[in-house]
Design a protein around this ligand. Structure first.
Ligand code: NDP
Ligand code: 2IT
Length: 445
């Protein structure tokens, strides 16, 4: 890290003790932006770094609800409205037992720069709860979502803050959340949430967008190297929303995904994942990847297994933060992996990123490679605002263009700053510049 930037980072640690994931996300961005400050002295003058690292607003609230047995449960809700220089706060909600303030802040911080890279008018935010949806009935999910929204609604609005899904929050949850928002406010304000069902204001392709976008980004990185996904062996981690549609797009582009996972284990299917079966298990039955292996004679399931031990040309981490370590990266490199695109947020540890850089693996960081989800959320907002509904083809075409533009922006920025091929630096610098310039223009707020 540039010595001029180091004191800012020390101050972030001092002000936010114990929030290790937030520190990690801030460190990565600050490590990239030394040269930007040298070029733009006005950013230091306007204290952009100090301001950008401090959320504009943080809300923490009690979420009481009753389970099916009649017992009262108390969870904690969060919304961190990080930065609104470019547009209303925008970013997902995560329901997972690991959620705490530091995790929501890391995600919200990343979201600022990711959203800036899309070129759409959206600020950065994230929220969620430590509520664990696993094993809960639809009724319990509904009661939780209603209680969560009963507090959160006062902070939202199509021009204020627009949540969407993330881990543990998909179309079912967005439905319950939207229903409660509508009931409390007496407004059919479609643009207040994205990831809605298509019958009630949702956009085609939003479900597929993050996974598709990640595959598109991998394809763009390979194109620069005179290569493509066609014929490649690919490993995807996770088996949720992002993973499933990354698998689908890789298959459409001629690659073969031979493995995916959940937090219990890994399934290896050398002939290629049968997506219809996987979707039936995950989306209809809400089952586990071990159920997939039970129905596919060629597939093997390893409880507690590590997806990165399976040889591949391309790796797409699509589960969660810090799921791909330095050791995993070394294994992937040894096995001949040439490209990694992050469908998840911050899935690769700093050691993992260093290993990939040293081995000249094409590495697409999450804030660029998974930006297709939030970009398509912005397209959903656009459709809601104009009371329009676009076709699948038109929307997917737009998504592909946006991903190509983000790739080009990160690539060109890395070159401009003398770090060719470094998408980490390119994405951090390009995203930071857009937000910083807007913040300077808007004055001291
Ligand atoms: P889902 O809840 O649909 O799926 C999450 C998947 O990751 C599941 O297979 C889950 O397994 C696995 N997983 C979650 N936590 C862990 C963990 N601690 N260890 C191992 N596996 C884990 O979420 P999404 O697919 O929506 O999100 C996946 C990632 O993509 C997240 O990092 C999210 O922030 C990121 N992302 C999502 C976007 C979206 O539009 N949904 C947009 C951009 C990024 P299990 O079922 O066992 O928990
Ligand atoms: O991490 C992310 O970009 C998301 N979970 C999607 C956010 C959104 O508002 O669509």
């Amino acid at each position: 890290m540039d010595e001029k930037v180091e004191p800012f980072f020390d101050e972030v640690i001092r002000r936010n003790p114990g929030e290790v994931e937030f520190h990690q996300a801030v460190r990565e961005v600050l490590t990239s932006i030394g040269p930007v400050l040298a070029k733009h002295p006005e950013f230091a003058e306007h204290k952009i770094i100090e301001r950008i690292c401090e959320p504009e607003r943080q809300v923490i609230f009690r979420v009481p609800w009753q389970d099916d047995a009649g017992e009262v449960q108390i969870d904690r809700g969060f919304r961190v409205e990080f930065n609104s220089a470019l547009g209303p706060y925008k970013g997902g909600l995560r329901f997972h037992p690991s959620v705490n303030l530091g995790i929501v802040k890391f995600l919200g911080f990343e979201q600022i720069f990711k959203n800036a890279l899309t070129g759409m008018p959206i600020g950065g935010a994230k929220g969620g709860s430590n509520f664990n949806p696993r094993g809960r009935s639809d009724d319990e999910i509904m009661r939780f979502c209603q209680s969560f929204m009963t507090e959160l609604y006062r902070h939202l609005g199509e021009y204020t803050d627009v949540p969407a899904g993330d881990i543990g929050v998909g179309q079912r949850e967005i439905g319950f959340l939207f229903g409660q928002y509508k009931r409390i406010t007496n407004r059919y304000e479609s643009g207040v949430l994205t990831g809605k069902g298509i019958q009630w204001g949702g956009a085609l392709v939003r479900t597929e967008a993050t996974g598709y976008g990640t595959a598109f980004f991998a394809q763009e990185m390979l194109k620069v190297r005179g290569d493509s996904l066609d014929g490649k062996t690919v490993v995807v981690s996770g088996s949720g929303n992002v993973a499933v549609y990354a698998i689908q797009k890789v298959h459409q582009l001629g690659g073969t995904v031979v493995a995916c996972s959940d937090s219990d284990g890994v399934v290896h299917d050398p002939k290629g994942i049968d997506l219809e079966l996987l979707r039936e298990i995950k989306e209809v039955r809400r089952g586990r990847v071990r159920h997939y292996a039970e129905q596919r004679p060629d597939a093997t399931y390893v409880a507690g297994g590590n997806p990165w031990d399976i040889p591949c040309d391309v790796a797409l981490p699509c589960a969660t933060q810090n799921e791909l370590t330095g050791k995993d990266a070394a294994t992937l490199v040894r096995n001949g992996c040439i490209a990694v695109a992050e469908g998840a947020n911050m899935p690769t540890t700093p050691e993992g990123m260093r290993t990939f850089a040293e081995a000249d693996v094409a590495f697409g960081p999450g804030k660029a490679a998974n930006a297709g989800g939030v970009a398509t959320s912005a397209l959903e907002m656009q459709q809601n605002a104009s009371r329009d509904a676009w076709s699948f083809g038109r929307t997917e075409q737009r998504l592909a263009e946006i991903m190509a533009d983000i790739h080009e922006l990160c690539f060109a920025t890395a070159e401009e700053y003398g770090m060719p091929g470094n998408y980490v630096a390119g994405s951090n610098i390009a995203g930071f510049q857009r937000v910083a310039q807007a913040m300077v223009s808007l004055g001291l707020i």
